[in-house]
Design a protein around this ligand. Structure first.
Ligand code: NAD
Ligand code: FES
Length: 283
């Protein structure tokens, strides 16, 4: 059982949880993820680690309510216990000195770029961070990212804060004007990562994306998270989650992401209609 040390609601259905899990906090590296279960017979959900405190033994995860289990998770509070947290899983980000790097975060993907940005900054890179969300209230971790970036640009789709438009518009402007950019990380909704890949294709830069595939075991055994990378089948959980954006078969990835959508909607609806909260967590 793993204790929730702190809970913060960032906006309506977006929450951050600090979880006491010393062995993961000591070992986790930027880009890696955990799989948690709220209860013994619950679903396993993968979440990228947004921050960690090695000394205190805490990790921070940020999630948006998207289905039954994330809804259930949103009811957990400070002092509650999660049934299981395993990790760190996946390969770490390639942190090195590249020169100028750009971190692009969309929606809750913004949280995932934070440890990568911080470590790239510590490695001596000039870090340009571009974050975007639909509207002002959905912009998360702005302060934390400002601290680890040489430049931070905020966009909103509706223009309610920062620059109006998609993160990819700003990325294109940057690439046109700054020829020192060597490497880009983009994390967010699949369509944002796909469009990023298409924008950066004609520039001499490496583009890395983190794929949020549907996972079951997280150990490379079940095949649920398989993706095609440069014509080869890879497992996101063990070969990723980060891949070269230009090699991803985006249509296949996006189709596979949607394969349980109807079942997920039914499950959430059933949960909301029939199950009442009973004490700690959901039963
Ligand atoms: P959203 O649809 O509001 O999009 C967030 C931002 O992405 C937008 O503000 C925009 O700047 C950019 N974007 C969206 N559509 C675009 C397009 N067509 N072209 C260019 N840019 C576009 O995102 P949301 O509703 O906050 O959802 C968050 C998504 O991020 C979820 O799908 C979640 O699964 C995903 N996510 C992915 C990861 C990961 O590891 N890849 C991690 C966390 C969350
Ligand atoms: Fe089962 Fe990756 S989650 S192989």
């Amino acid at each position: 059982m793993y204790k929730i040390i702190k809970k913060e609601t960032l906006y309506q259905n977006i929450h951050a949880l600090w979880i006491e899990v010393p062995e993961i906090a000591r070992a986790v590296q930027p880009g890696q993820f955990i799989i948690l279960m709220t209860k013994e017979k619950g679903e396993r959900i993968p979440l990228t680690v947004a921050d960690y405190d090695r000394e205190k033994g805490y990790i921070d995860i940020v999630f948006q309510v998207a289905g039954k289990t994330t809804k259930e998770l949103s009811f957990f509070n400070e002092g509650d216990y999660l049934y299981s947290v395993i990790g760190p899983l996946g390969k770490k980000s390639d942190i090195d000195f590249f020169g100028t790097v750009v971190l692009v975060g969309g929606g809750t993907g913004i949280a995932c770029i934070h440890p990568i940005a911080r470590n790239l900054k510590q490695a001596g890179n000039k870090v340009i961070t571009i974050i975007g969300a639909r509207t002002k209230e959905l912009i998360i971790m702005e302060k934390e990212l400002k601290e680890v970036s040489d430049e931070l640009i905020v966009t909103t789709d509706d223009g309610s804060y920062g620059k109006k438009g998609f993160v990819t518009n700003i990325l294109k402007e940057k690439l046109d004007h700054d020829h020192t950019i060597k490497k880009i990380w983009a994390i967010g909704p699949p369509i944002m990562m796909k469009v990023t890949a298409s924008v950066t294709k004609s520039y001499p830069v490496d583009t890395i994306v983190s794929l949020n595939a549907i996972m079951v075991d997280g150990t490379g055994m079940c095949g649920s998270c398989r993706v095609s990378i440069g014509g080869e089948t890879k497992m996101v959980c063990t070969d990723g989650p980060e891949f070269d954006a230009q090699l991803v078969d985006w249509d296949e990835f996006m189709n596979r992401m949607n394969r349980y959508r109807k079942a997920e909607e039914r499950s959430l609806q059933y949960y909301e209609n029939h199950i009442k909260r009973q004490g700690q967590g959901e039963v």
